[in-house]
Design a protein around this ligand. Sequence first.
Ligand code: NAD
Length: 259
Amino acid sequence: MRGGDDVRGKTALVTGSTSGIGLGIAQALADQGASLIFNGFADDELQARVKADLEARSGQPARFWSADLSGGPPAGLQTLGPVDILVNNAGMQHTAPVEQFPPELWEKVIALNLSAAFYTIAGLLPGMNERGWGRIINIASAHGLVASVHKAAYVAAKHGLVGLTKVVALEQAGRGVTCNAICPGWVLTPLVQKQIDARAASQGLSEPEARRDLLKEKQPSGEFTSVEQLGQWAVFLCSPACDNVTGTSLPVDGGWTAQ
Ligand code: NAD
């Protein structure tokens, strides 16, 4: 992989990068010398810790963008300056049968997991086109490819994000800008830990039993994908090996979607 050759000196915005997969991707891009703009919910102490970590990894300045991405066009996008690599990662989950799904949570899940990517892409593409190079990576999910019960908003948003990825890829083909989606299966992050805890509580299982149960149901490998592995995928998609890879949705799911 020659990702470092391309990423060094580039500016990368990773949404939802104060935790979990987004933080893992931001760290992997920083390790390759990218200057990071990170985003997400964070108190002053967490902001300072993530900034110092990213700067130590990259040797470049890192900046925090405080925008809440669940409320329509995000404030301050145009003040960020040039962004070469955009990773749309911020996301949330809510589970309920469709007829009981709270409308305000439907709206919020769609806003954060889908509409936010539309706004960042639309806002940052003109600059990428001026510079003739850009990489857009949308963090979808196995749920962008297949469905599960009780995840109406999430599955709809992630399928929508896969569709948006294809449209942007077609519109940008031949212009130096690629757009791809990564579709992880289970990754052990705070978002999934909440689902493990809920399963343990509702089924009277210990936490390790609930973890095994969750994996067994969907992910044949029986292993979580790590945030470090997803970081390497993002770096790979920015490397010259992927100059002609666009419009794809790459499952990293331990065989989940092969079933
Ligand atoms: P996480 O909860 O650990 O992290 C979510 C990040 O998004 C945090 O930095 C949080 O502060 C930020 N965020 C939340 N609401 C926000 C808002 N309104 N505006 C801006 N930032 C906000 O979650 P994660 O598991 O790392 O998930 C990251 C992405 O990966 C999500 O899009 C999720 O759907 C997707 N994903 C996760 C898994 C998994 O197993 N964990 C699997 C497939 C896809």
